[in-house]
Structures are given as C-alpha cells and as structure tokens.
Design a protein around this ligand. Structure first.
Ligand SMILES: C[S@@+](CC[C@H](N)C(=O)[O-])C[C@H]1O[C@@H](n2cnc3c(N)ncnc32)[C@H](O)[C@@H]1O
Length: 230
C-alpha cells in the first residue's frame, strides 16, 4: 500500500463511527479501537433515529450519497459500505467535520452484509455506480443479482426498496430482467437522469466520483427504484 493510501486508511480507522470486518470466518464488526461490537438490532438508536428509516449505500466509494442524504434527511440514518477504506475516508471525514450523527461507514465485503444487521432492520438500499461485472460468468457478483437480492431480504423490512443508479446499459438491462423475472414492482424508472427536471431529491443534486467521470465522458445515467419484496 502506498504512503498516501496508508494515511487515508489510518484516518478511516481513527473515526469513531467507522466499523470494519474483513473475515468470512468471524463476521464480527470491529470499532475504531479494534473492539468487537454488537450493533445489529441497534443501528437506529445508535444513530439517534427515532421515526426515520435506516438506509444503506452499498459500494459507496467515497460515500457521497451517505453524506449528502444524511445532511438533507436528518430524520433518517445512512450507512455506507465498501471494501476500500482509503476511499471511504473522504466521506467519513465529511461526516466528522459536519458533525452528522446520523451517518456511519462499514468497511467490509457486501457478501457479509447479513451478519451486521438484524432481520427487518434496514428500510432501503442505494446501489450507486456499482461495478457492472460484464462477463456472464461474473453475473453473480453484480449487486443486483438474485444471490445479492436474497442477502438483502435477510436484513430488510417488507417495504424496502432498492435504488440503482448506473452508467452501464448492460447492468441496467440485466437488473430490469431480474426485476421482471422476480415479479417485483418498479416505483421509478428513469432512462436518462439528466434529460429533464427530476422530482426525486438527490438524483441530480448528488454526484459521485464515478458519476462525474461518466458525465465527463457524456455517458447516459440511468436509474431504477424497485420493491425488494414481491
Ligand atoms: C465503480 S466504484 C463506485 C463507487 C461510488 N459508488 C461512486 O459512484 O463513485 C464501485 C465500488 O464498489 C466497491 N465494491 C465492489 N464490489 C464490492 C463488494 N463485493 N463488497 C464491497 N465493496 C465492493 C469497490 O470497492 C468500489 O469502491
């Protein structure tokens, strides 16, 4: 690891609301002091949420949605999840600076997500510019593939929605097929997010690191929001 990455990583590790777990054998979350913590079932109270929702941002990268949504909707709790701590340090730094008490980060593989939350604890999931894993043999690694949807069902409540924002026509089409096959309801489908005004707050207002690059390359940005349960 380069010096700069190590520094960013160390900063991520020093912030109190950042947790991590990297072990498939012992999927226990550790806090910034490397102490094992049991927060499953208590995330809302930990984030000071009394009436709002608990929303995850999976593959959060620098955590732009976690920070932007937490600021705009203080009644909800937001948790960014990614394997790359050096990327998340930026979002974690903003949460720290802005003193947002309703946001947190987990450094882990999303494959382990069911170990960190109790059944029904999560109300919604953002998946923002995930890797499309274009090869057919990698399809099960796509974050909207049936195995991942099954993982999300273990921790989400019955009204949970999945919100995908992507520049990949292949991933978008694939996700629409999964939705169709599983007979899930689509709540919003926008084939070109920037074609006109948008009533869903955050879709145009929050742009992530990868999104900025895709917009620069004149790519079309697509969005679909669907119910996780039929
Ligand atoms: C293309 S980047 C997008 C980052 C951010 N959402 C953005 O729009 O700038 C995809 C991110 O997904 C993360 N990722 C991919 N597969 C993952 C997995 N199985 N578990 C945890 N993180 C994963 C990568 O580390 C990377 O940060």
């Amino acid at each position: 690891m380069g010096k700069d990455k190590l520094k960013k990583f160390a900063k991520y590790k020093s912030i109190p609301f950042c947790y991590e777990n990297l072990s498939f054998d012992q999927p226990q979350l550790l806090d910034s002091q490397n102490q094992a913590v049991s927060i499953a079932g208590h995330w809302k109270s930990n984030l000071g949420i009394t009436r709002g929702d608990l929303i995850l941002e999976l593959a959060c990268g620098k955590g732009e949605y976690t920070v932007g949504m937490a600021e705009h909707y203080p009644e909800n709790g937001y948790i960014g999840v990614d394997i790359k701590g050096a990327r998340m340090h930026q979002g974690a730094g903003f949460v720290d600076e802005k003193k947002l008490s309703n946001a947190a980060f987990i450094r882990s593989r999303i494959e382990l997500i069911e170990h960190f939350f109790n059944p029904g604890e999560v109300d919604g999931i953002f998946i923002i510019f995930p890797d499309p894993f274009l090869r057919n043999r990698s399809a099960s690694r796509r974050l909207t593939s049936p195995p991942f949807l099954d993982r999300y069902r273990k921790i989400c409540g019955p009204k949970a929605t999945i919100r995908l924002k992507t520049d990949s026509p292949e991933l978008y089409e694939y996700t629409l097929e999964v939705i169709h096959e599983q007979k899930l309801q689509i709540n919003h489908q926008i084939n070109d997010v920037y074609a006109g005004p948008c009533s869903l707050w955050g879709l145009q207002e929050i742009q992530t690191f990868y999104e900025a690059m895709h917009l620069e390359a004149k790519k079309t940005i697509m969005y679909v929001e669907f119910n996780l349960f039929a």
